[in-house]
Structures are given as C-alpha cells and as structure tokens.
Design a protein around this ligand. Structure first.
Ligand SMILES: Cc1ncc(COP(=O)(O)O)c(C=O)c1O
Length: 380
C-alpha cells in the first residue's frame, strides 16, 4: 500500500475553503475598532440561539467557563454534588471543581460510551443539585430519561454539549430538555473558532442574564459591578463563527457519511464499533473504535502516516490528584469507563477528508487486523 498521509484535523483545509469570507469578516472587525462585546458578538449570539431553537445564547471564553458560570448562576457550590459521567473530557469535572462543588462520577454505557442513565438514581443523595449529561463523541445522551429523573428529584440539568452541536435526539433537540446547554468552540470542535471560545444556550432568561453578568466582571451596566469574572467571546472569534455556522449542518452530514464508510469498511474486523442509537442524529465529533490492541494499531497507523488519537486514554478518576480535595467522588463501579480508556482509538474524522483518505485508513486497519489482531483477546 502506497503511504498517503492522513492527518487528524482539517482546520487549515477548512480555512482555505472559506478564506474569502473569513478574511473579509476579520478585516471588517479590525477596521471597526470594536473587538470586545461588540456587534459581531451580538450577531453571533442571535444566530446561535436561532440555530439551537433556543431563546438565548451567551458567548464566553471557553466551554469550561460556560459550564462553571452556569453552575455559579444556579448557586451550585461548596457542599453540593453534581452527577456526571466518568467517560468525558477532564473539563466537565474541572468545571464542577472550579465552582467548589463535588463531581459524582457514574459509569458509561458499554455500547455507546455515553453516560448510563440506568445508574443515575443510585447516585442521587440529599446533596445532589444537578445532572450534567455529556453528548460524547457527537452522540446525544438519552435526554428524555435524564430529564425525567431530574424532574422527579428536582435537580437542574446542564448539558455538556462541547461535542455535538447540530446533533439531535429522535424527538428532542439538544438544549430543549435542560436548564442550559454549554458548548465549546475550541478549534477541534465541529464548530471551531481560531482559538478558545464557548457559549451557554438556554431558554431561561435568568440563567442568560446571570452568565452575561458573571462573564463581564459582574456588570450589565458600565461602571456597576458585583463579583464576577472575565470570560468574554471576542468579536473576532464571533465573526468567524458566524461565517462557519452556516456550514455546520453540511459539515455534520459529511462526517456522518464518513462514519458510514468506516462502519461498512470495518465491520468485518475484530474492532468494536460504537453503537449509534436508532433515530438519533449522531454527528461524529470523533469516530471511535475499540480494540485490546489499541496501542499496536495506533503505532501501526502512525508508521504509515495516519494520525489516530485517543479520547480518552486515562479515565477522569484515574487522573493525578483524584479526588482533588472534595472535588469528586465515585458512585458504583467505573469498570466500563476504565475499559474504554484502555481500548479507544479515534480515527481521522473531519468534513474536509476525502473518501479516498478514509479508504486508506480502512485498508490499513484491515491489514493490521489480519496481521496482528489475533495477538489480542477479542474486544468485549
Ligand atoms: C466534553 C467536553 N466538555 C468540556 C470541554 C471544555 O471546552 P473548552 O476546551 O472550550 O474549555 C470540552 C472540550 O475541550 C469537551 O470535549
């Protein structure tokens, strides 16, 4: 097989495809002199709210800030518990810790690797204030079940939607069944700016106002403050995001097409392919396979100029310093999260890929599988 380099991200290709529009909007912002809390931010917030069918969107500096600023707005802090999944990016838990509350980890579902809703109720205590479902890898969590449990126990729901903007459930939109939804625009996300960025999307005007205040030194009116923070989405990023948002559905469709190609090309191998819930619009922020031979496969691909990464190779509760004072605790066993950490591998997945590049990845995996997979016990 002739080596073809296949990278993991398509940022630069994406920039080249939209160069005229992006350069023009950046130029416009630079000439306007309005760089912070200006018209481009307001415009993007309106467009994002409309895209999510929500009343309000508030731009902030990162997905992490979006989460903890919502926690602060809702009064979640020391002595409170927030239930989330142990199979997520570290920032989900970190945001709970920043707010001073305790993250309570439940295990993931072994088929989807999303939070296992069947474990939620057992994790609820009198200290529980909120549930944070994560729409991991681009697939919505089972929000109907989460919302029903939250309603029964009078808990807030804050969606961590850093990875699934544009995804939806069979009969629900993301953001519809929660108090607020938080997203990230760091460049590697499906909708990425040229640096850090995030937003809170909500139908609750009190949350939108609280976050607007907190993100800007506790101020809604010039010179009048209460305690807050500095976490604003710059106008340059907002302007770029406005250009890109128009393409998001098309890009997500392309991702879904490449996922189908991977599914078909890899189904005869020993790899475990993750389960896509029927009727859900999974938008494949990453395309994840599992194998006990993960390290061997990753190295094999790397030697052939194909970059595959791991999301996430160390489960949160296995990270250094756990439980970070009273920052976290475990509910039940986290064996599926631990198994996932040892086996997951994310294949190249971005809208600017070509079908030939995806086929190259598939062909190399099939070759590795024939030569090496027998050495590793079958993936569970
Ligand atoms: C699931 C999840 N939550 C939170 C975050 C935090 O977002 P940010 O990096 O913008 O702070 C990320 C991404 O980085 C993420 O993937």
């Amino acid at each position: 097989m002739a080596p073809v380099k296949v990278g993991f991200y398509g940022h630069v290709r994406q920039y080249h495809n939209l160069k005229n529009e992006i350069d023009a909007t950046i130029h416009e912002v630079l000439e306007s002199g309005s760089y912070v809390m200006g018209p481009k931010l307001k415009q993007f917030e309106k467009e994002l709210a409309a895209y999510c069918h929500a009343q309000e969107a508030v731009g902030v500096n990162s997905g992490t800030d979006a989460l903890w600023l919502v926690f602060m707005t809702l009064g979640i802090g020391p002595g409170d518990e927030v239930i989330t999944t142990s199979n997520t990016f570290f920032a989900t838990a970190e945001a709970v810790w920043i707010a001073g509350a305790t993250a309570v980890f439940i295990d993931c579902d072994p088929k989807t690797r999303n939070l296992d809703v069947n474990l939620l109720e057992a994790a609820i205590t009198p200290k529980t204030k909120a549930i944070v479902p994560v729409h991991l890898y681009g697939q919505p969590a089972e929000m109907r079940a989460v919302a029903e449990i939250a309603r029964k126990h009078k808990l807030f729901v804050i969606e961590d939607n850093a990875q699934a903007l544009g995804a939806r459930g069979p009969d629900f939109a993301l953001g519809e069944l929660s108090d607020a939804m938080c997203t990230s625009f760091i460049i590697q996300k499906n909708l990425g700016c040229f640096g850090d960025g995030g937003a809170v999307v909500t139908n609750r005007s009190d949350i939108a106002e609280g976050v607007r205040k907190l993100r800007n030194h506790g101020s809604l009116q010039r010179s009048y403050h209460s305690m807050g923070y500095n976490s604003r989405l710059d106008d340059l990023h907002a302007a770029v995001l406005s250009v890109k948002l128009k393409h998001l559905d098309k890009w997500n469709d392309l991702r879904r097409g490449f996922a189908k190609q991977y599914d078909e090309g890899l189904k005869g191998t020993s790899l475990k392919l993750l389960y896509a819930l029927p009727g859900y619009r999974h938008i494949y922020h990453v395309y994840v396979v599992e194998t006990a031979g993960r390290d061997s496969l990753q190295k094999y691909l790397q030697e052939r100029d194909i970059t595959a990464l791991t999301h996430y190779p160390v489960a949160i509760h296995q990270q250094e310093g756990f439980p970070w004072g009273k920052g976290a605790r475990i509910s039940g066993s986290l064996r599926h999260s631990e198994a996932s950490a040892a086996r997951v591998l994310s294949l190249p997945m971005f809208p600017e890929l070509t079908r030939e590049e995806v086929q190259t990845v598939i062909d190399n995996i099939v070759a590795w599988d024939k030569a090496h997979a027998g050495k590793f016990k079958a993936a569970s």
